[in-house]
Design a protein. Structure first.
Length: 183
């Protein structure tokens, strides 16, 4: 089978979550954004950037981390500072990104895709990223050892079955060195 496209991932997500959780994944956005149901659309919408597979999986990972209350807030109520963050802002960004990026790595594995950590910052404030990569790796290992919640497990399994990726989460073996060389 060929590598999954963002539209393929969107189809799997929407098949699982559109009806029971009133949430859809939608590509083609100039920037990623989460919009809870409103007067414009009765569905909760996860918009991902253009047709980028990694953007679709990253935004889904944020949705997976968000609890019920946050899923009622635009962009899950998160603060975001664009590229060019100073060292303090970057540290805050990284603290908020460890869990979503760990889940994103698992979703990439389910699709049979390589994962790249994103520091989302090209300025000097980002540092070399090695400490952040260590935290993402440790969190990912924690999820593999201890499991993930039901929404994440069902999406992981659906992706793995559809795209012949890593089938059983608890059997997944990932290496910290797989994160080296990429931001």
């Amino acid at each position: 089978m060929s590598l999954p496209t963002a539209a393929d991932i969107e189809q799997v997500f929407n098949a699982l979550f559109a009806a029971p959780l009133n949430t859809v994944l939608i590509g083609g956005a100039p920037e990623p954004f989460y919009r809870p149901a409103d007067d414009e659309d009765a569905r909760h919408r996860i918009f991902y950037r253009e047709d980028f597979v990694s953007s679709s999986l990253h935004e889904v990972a944020h949705w997976m981390v968000a609890g019920e209350a946050r899923r009622l807030l635009p962009d899950w109520g998160y603060w975001y500072a664009p590229d060019g963050r100073d060292a303090v802002q970057q540290q805050i960004f990284e603290q908020m990104e460890v869990k979503p990026q760990a889940l994103e790595w698992l979703l990439h594995a389910a699709c049979g895709l390589r994962f790249r950590v994103s520091l989302d910052n090209l300025s000097e404030g980002a540092g070399d990223g090695s400490a952040f990569k260590d935290r993402v790796y440790e969190q990912t290992c924690h999820y593999i050892r201890n499991g993930v919640h039901e929404r994440m497990q069902s999406f992981y399994q659906a992706l793995a079955v559809t795209f012949s990726g890593a089938s059983a989460l608890h059997d997944l073996v990932l290496s910290r060195t797989a994160l080296d060389g990429f931001y």
